[in-house]
Design a protein around this ligand. Structure first.
Ligand SMILES: Cc1cc2nc3c(=O)[nH]c(=O)nc-3n(C[C@H](O)[C@H](O)[C@H](O)COP(=O)(O)O)c2cc1C
Length: 184
Protein backbone atom coordinates (compact mmCIF):
# COMPACT_ATOMS: atom_id res chain seq x y z
CA UNK A 1 0.00 0.00 0.00
CA UNK A 2 1.40 3.41 -0.94
CA UNK A 3 1.41 6.23 1.64
CA UNK A 4 -1.55 7.79 -0.17
CA UNK A 5 -4.52 5.48 0.13
CA UNK A 6 -6.15 4.81 -3.24
CA UNK A 7 -9.88 4.15 -2.90
CA UNK A 8 -11.96 3.21 -5.93
CA UNK A 9 -15.52 4.54 -5.65
CA UNK A 10 -18.09 2.45 -7.50
CA UNK A 11 -21.68 3.62 -7.99
CA UNK A 12 -24.11 0.78 -8.62
CA UNK A 13 -26.32 2.85 -10.93
CA UNK A 14 -26.10 4.21 -14.45
CA UNK A 15 -28.72 6.94 -14.77
CA UNK A 16 -27.71 10.55 -15.14
CA UNK A 17 -29.55 11.85 -12.04
CA UNK A 18 -28.77 8.82 -9.87
CA UNK A 19 -28.64 9.58 -6.14
CA UNK A 20 -25.90 6.98 -5.74
CA UNK A 21 -23.78 8.35 -8.55
CA UNK A 22 -24.12 11.75 -6.86
CA UNK A 23 -23.13 10.16 -3.53
CA UNK A 24 -20.07 8.62 -5.22
CA UNK A 25 -19.06 12.00 -6.70
CA UNK A 26 -19.48 13.58 -3.27
CA UNK A 27 -17.20 10.90 -1.79
CA UNK A 28 -14.53 11.82 -4.33
CA UNK A 29 -14.86 15.50 -3.43
CA UNK A 30 -14.82 14.80 0.32
CA UNK A 31 -11.76 12.53 0.31
CA UNK A 32 -9.99 12.67 3.69
CA UNK A 33 -6.39 13.87 3.88
CA UNK A 34 -4.00 11.33 2.43
CA UNK A 35 -6.71 9.56 0.46
CA UNK A 36 -7.08 9.64 -3.32
CA UNK A 37 -10.60 8.73 -4.40
CA UNK A 38 -11.16 7.68 -8.01
CA UNK A 39 -14.60 7.15 -9.52
CA UNK A 40 -15.18 4.04 -11.62
CA UNK A 41 -18.50 3.97 -13.46
CA UNK A 42 -20.04 0.72 -14.70
CA UNK A 43 -21.38 1.92 -18.04
CA UNK A 44 -20.49 -0.36 -20.95
CA UNK A 45 -19.96 -3.55 -18.95
CA UNK A 46 -21.89 -6.24 -20.86
CA UNK A 47 -24.07 -8.87 -19.25
CA UNK A 48 -21.94 -11.74 -18.03
CA UNK A 49 -21.68 -14.46 -20.68
CA UNK A 50 -19.28 -17.38 -20.23
CA UNK A 51 -18.79 -17.69 -23.99
CA UNK A 52 -17.74 -14.03 -24.22
CA UNK A 53 -15.41 -14.55 -21.25
CA UNK A 54 -13.84 -17.60 -22.93
CA UNK A 55 -13.07 -15.46 -25.97
CA UNK A 56 -11.35 -12.84 -23.80
CA UNK A 57 -12.48 -10.21 -21.29
CA UNK A 58 -14.28 -7.33 -23.09
CA UNK A 59 -12.45 -4.01 -22.77
CA UNK A 60 -14.83 -2.43 -20.19
CA UNK A 61 -14.50 -5.58 -18.05
CA UNK A 62 -10.71 -5.57 -18.33
CA UNK A 63 -10.68 -1.88 -17.35
CA UNK A 64 -12.97 -2.58 -14.37
CA UNK A 65 -10.79 -5.44 -13.16
CA UNK A 66 -7.62 -3.37 -13.61
CA UNK A 67 -9.15 -0.49 -11.65
CA UNK A 68 -9.95 -2.84 -8.75
CA UNK A 69 -6.45 -4.34 -8.87
CA UNK A 70 -4.88 -0.88 -8.77
CA UNK A 71 -6.87 0.27 -5.74
CA UNK A 72 -6.05 -0.26 -2.07
CA UNK A 73 -9.75 -0.40 -1.20
CA UNK A 74 -13.24 -0.14 -2.70
CA UNK A 75 -16.26 1.97 -1.75
CA UNK A 76 -19.58 0.82 -3.21
CA UNK A 77 -22.49 3.28 -3.43
CA UNK A 78 -25.45 1.06 -4.09
CA UNK A 79 -29.12 1.65 -4.81
CA UNK A 80 -31.72 -0.87 -3.69
CA UNK A 81 -33.82 -2.67 -6.30
CA UNK A 82 -36.57 -4.98 -5.10
CA UNK A 83 -34.89 -5.35 -1.71
CA UNK A 84 -31.54 -6.30 -3.20
CA UNK A 85 -28.47 -5.28 -5.20
CA UNK A 86 -29.19 -3.79 -8.67
CA UNK A 87 -28.33 -6.14 -11.50
CA UNK A 88 -25.85 -3.63 -12.92
CA UNK A 89 -23.68 -3.90 -9.83
CA UNK A 90 -24.14 -7.62 -9.27
CA UNK A 91 -23.21 -8.26 -12.91
CA UNK A 92 -20.04 -6.16 -12.60
CA UNK A 93 -19.05 -8.06 -9.45
CA UNK A 94 -19.70 -11.36 -11.23
CA UNK A 95 -17.25 -10.35 -13.99
CA UNK A 96 -14.68 -9.22 -11.44
CA UNK A 97 -14.99 -12.46 -9.48
CA UNK A 98 -13.90 -14.70 -12.32
CA UNK A 99 -10.68 -16.69 -12.44
CA UNK A 100 -7.75 -17.29 -10.12
CA UNK A 101 -6.56 -13.76 -10.90
CA UNK A 102 -9.77 -12.14 -9.63
CA UNK A 103 -8.77 -8.75 -8.20
CA UNK A 104 -11.42 -9.00 -5.47
CA UNK A 105 -9.69 -11.50 -3.17
CA UNK A 106 -8.57 -9.86 0.07
CA UNK A 107 -9.59 -6.37 -1.07
CA UNK A 108 -11.02 -4.19 1.72
CA UNK A 109 -14.34 -2.48 1.02
CA UNK A 110 -17.04 -0.31 2.50
CA UNK A 111 -20.65 0.09 1.45
CA UNK A 112 -22.88 3.15 1.34
CA UNK A 113 -26.23 3.71 -0.29
CA UNK A 114 -29.05 6.14 -0.90
CA UNK A 115 -32.72 5.60 -1.55
CA UNK A 116 -35.76 7.86 -1.73
CA UNK A 117 -37.53 5.33 0.50
CA UNK A 118 -37.55 4.98 4.27
CA UNK A 119 -35.02 2.15 4.61
CA UNK A 120 -32.07 3.78 2.87
CA UNK A 121 -30.80 0.63 1.07
CA UNK A 122 -30.41 -1.46 4.24
CA UNK A 123 -31.68 -4.61 2.49
CA UNK A 124 -29.53 -4.03 -0.60
CA UNK A 125 -26.45 -3.44 1.53
CA UNK A 126 -27.04 -6.66 3.47
CA UNK A 127 -27.14 -8.63 0.23
CA UNK A 128 -24.15 -6.80 -1.24
CA UNK A 129 -22.12 -7.57 1.87
CA UNK A 130 -22.93 -11.27 1.48
CA UNK A 131 -21.95 -11.30 -2.22
CA UNK A 132 -18.70 -9.44 -1.61
CA UNK A 133 -17.70 -11.65 1.29
CA UNK A 134 -18.25 -14.72 -0.86
CA UNK A 135 -15.84 -13.17 -3.39
CA UNK A 136 -13.17 -12.80 -0.71
CA UNK A 137 -13.69 -9.08 -0.16
CA UNK A 138 -13.26 -7.92 3.43
CA UNK A 139 -16.15 -5.58 4.15
CA UNK A 140 -15.95 -3.01 6.95
CA UNK A 141 -18.59 -3.92 9.55
CA UNK A 142 -19.11 -0.49 11.12
CA UNK A 143 -19.90 2.32 10.75
CA UNK A 144 -22.70 1.78 8.27
CA UNK A 145 -24.02 4.50 5.98
CA UNK A 146 -27.66 4.52 4.91
CA UNK A 147 -29.22 7.59 3.33
CA UNK A 148 -33.02 7.29 3.51
CA UNK A 149 -35.41 9.78 1.88
CA UNK A 150 -32.39 10.91 -0.09
CA UNK A 151 -34.17 12.75 -2.89
CA UNK A 152 -34.07 15.84 -0.68
CA UNK A 153 -30.33 15.57 -0.09
CA UNK A 154 -29.26 16.62 -3.59
CA UNK A 155 -29.47 20.12 -4.99
CA UNK A 156 -31.06 21.34 -8.24
CA UNK A 157 -27.77 20.52 -9.94
CA UNK A 158 -28.08 16.85 -8.93
CA UNK A 159 -25.10 17.05 -6.58
CA UNK A 160 -25.07 15.94 -2.93
CA UNK A 161 -25.63 19.19 -0.99
CA UNK A 162 -27.27 18.48 2.38
CA UNK A 163 -24.74 19.57 5.07
CA UNK A 164 -25.74 16.90 7.59
CA UNK A 165 -25.58 14.16 4.95
CA UNK A 166 -22.17 15.42 3.82
CA UNK A 167 -20.94 15.34 7.41
CA UNK A 168 -22.12 11.74 7.80
CA UNK A 169 -20.32 10.89 4.56
CA UNK A 170 -17.09 12.50 5.75
CA UNK A 171 -17.28 10.58 9.05
CA UNK A 172 -17.79 7.35 7.13
CA UNK A 173 -14.85 8.01 4.79
CA UNK A 174 -12.55 8.88 7.67
CA UNK A 175 -13.51 5.70 9.55
CA UNK A 176 -12.98 3.67 6.38
CA UNK A 177 -9.51 5.13 5.80
CA UNK A 178 -8.52 4.40 9.42
CA UNK A 179 -9.84 0.83 9.12
CA UNK A 180 -8.04 0.15 5.83
CA UNK A 181 -4.75 1.54 7.16
CA UNK A 182 -5.04 -0.52 10.36
CA UNK A 183 -5.19 -3.67 8.25
CA UNK A 184 -1.66 -2.88 7.01
C1 LIG B 1 -36.57 -1.92 -10.41
C2 LIG B 1 -36.57 -1.02 -9.21
C3 LIG B 1 -36.79 -1.56 -7.96
C4 LIG B 1 -36.74 -0.74 -6.82
N1 LIG B 1 -36.86 -1.30 -5.58
C5 LIG B 1 -36.62 -0.54 -4.48
C6 LIG B 1 -36.53 -1.15 -3.18
O1 LIG B 1 -36.66 -2.33 -3.00
N2 LIG B 1 -36.24 -0.34 -2.13
C7 LIG B 1 -36.05 1.02 -2.27
O2 LIG B 1 -35.77 1.69 -1.31
N3 LIG B 1 -36.15 1.60 -3.49
C8 LIG B 1 -36.43 0.85 -4.59
N4 LIG B 1 -36.48 1.43 -5.83
C9 LIG B 1 -36.39 2.88 -5.94
C10 LIG B 1 -34.92 3.28 -5.97
O3 LIG B 1 -34.45 3.35 -4.63
C11 LIG B 1 -34.82 4.65 -6.64
O4 LIG B 1 -35.23 4.56 -7.98
C12 LIG B 1 -33.40 5.19 -6.54
O5 LIG B 1 -33.43 6.54 -6.90
C13 LIG B 1 -32.44 4.38 -7.41
O6 LIG B 1 -31.11 4.74 -7.18
P1 LIG B 1 -30.39 5.87 -8.03
O7 LIG B 1 -31.07 7.20 -7.68
O8 LIG B 1 -28.97 5.85 -7.57
O9 LIG B 1 -30.55 5.55 -9.49
C14 LIG B 1 -36.54 0.64 -6.98
C15 LIG B 1 -36.35 1.18 -8.25
C16 LIG B 1 -36.35 0.36 -9.36
C17 LIG B 1 -36.07 0.95 -10.72
Amino acid sequence: MSTELRILVVPGALRERSLNRALARAAVREAPDGVAMALHELHGIPLYDGDVEAAGMPEPVAAWRAAIAGADALLFCTPEYNSSVPGVLKNAIDWASRGPDSPLGGKPAAIAGASPGRFGTVRSQTHLRQVLQFCGVEVMAKPELYHAQAAGLVGEDGEWRDPEALERLRTHLEAFAVWVRARG
